[in-house]
Ligand binder design. Sequence first.
Ligand SMILES: O=P(O)(O)OC[C@@H](O)[C@@H](O)c1c[nH]c2ccccc12
Length: 263
Amino acid sequence: MNKLDEICATKREEVAARKAAISLADLESRAAAQTPPRGFRRALDAKVAAGGYGLIAEVKKASPSKGLIRADFDPPAHARAYEAGGAACLSVLTDAPYFQGHEDYLVAARAACTLPVLRKDFMVDPWQILESRAIGADAILIIVSALSDQQMCEIEDVAIGLGMDALVEVHDAHELERALALRSRLIGVNNRNLKDFTVDFARTYELVGSAPQGCTFVAESGLTTRADLDDMAEHGVRCFLVGESLMRQADVESATRALIGAA
Ligand SMILES: O=P(O)(O)OC[C@@H](O)[C@@H](O)c1c[nH]c2ccccc12
C-alpha cells in the first residue's frame, strides 16, 4: 500500500467515528451559523490581476516526510504574519495522524485574519465538506489520485452548494484531464508525489500548458526561494502554495514579503 492509500484508509476510519459523534442536523446548524465563505479563488485572482503573485500560505506544524517543522507552532500568529506579508489565502492542515494538524488550528487561524482559508486534509467522504464549513473553512482540497470520478463529483457538489471553492490537486496529465471534468477551475499541481514524497518542479512545468484559459493554476510544494517562484512565473504560473519553507523562518511576515513582495 502506498502512503496516500494508507492515509486515506486511516481517514475513512476517523470519519466514521466523527460521523457517529454528531448528527447531520447539528452539523448543518453549525455550518449555517458560520460567517459566509470568503472567496478563495477570487482572492488569488485579485492578486494576479494586480500584477503580483497569488500565495496560499500554509499553516503546517509537521509532515510525514519531515517530522516536526515548527516547535513554537502558533496558528493565529502565523495567520497574521502571512496576511501582513501579503499572502492571498491560507491553507491549514487539519489532519492529525500524519501532519499533527487539528480543526482548532483552522478555527484560530481564520479568526485571526481576514484571508480565505483552505482546509488541507484528505477528503474521502462528502460529509467532510459540511464538517469543513461547520468549522469555517472557505475552501477544500480534492486530491484526484485518491478518489474516483464519482467521489470527486459528489465532494465538489457539496462544496459548491455551500458556496466554497475546491482546489483540485493533480500530478499528471491523466489526473488533469479528470480534474477538468469537474466544474471547479482552481487546479493545483503537487510537485510532491504523495505516494513516495519525492519533489519535482517538472510536474508543474509539464502540465501548465494543458490548463485551459480561465483556469487558476497553482504550483504546490517544495517551493523555497523567490527564484523558484520567478522560474515558475516564466512558465506562466503565478499562484503558489508554500508551507515548510515559510514555517521554518523565525520572522514569517518578512519571509513572506521577501518571497512574494514586489522586486
Ligand atoms: O511544505 P511545502 O513543501 O511548501 O508544501 C505545501 C503543500 O503544497 C503541501 O503541504 C501539500 C500539497 N498537497 C497536499 C496534500 C495533503 C497534505 C499536504 C499537501
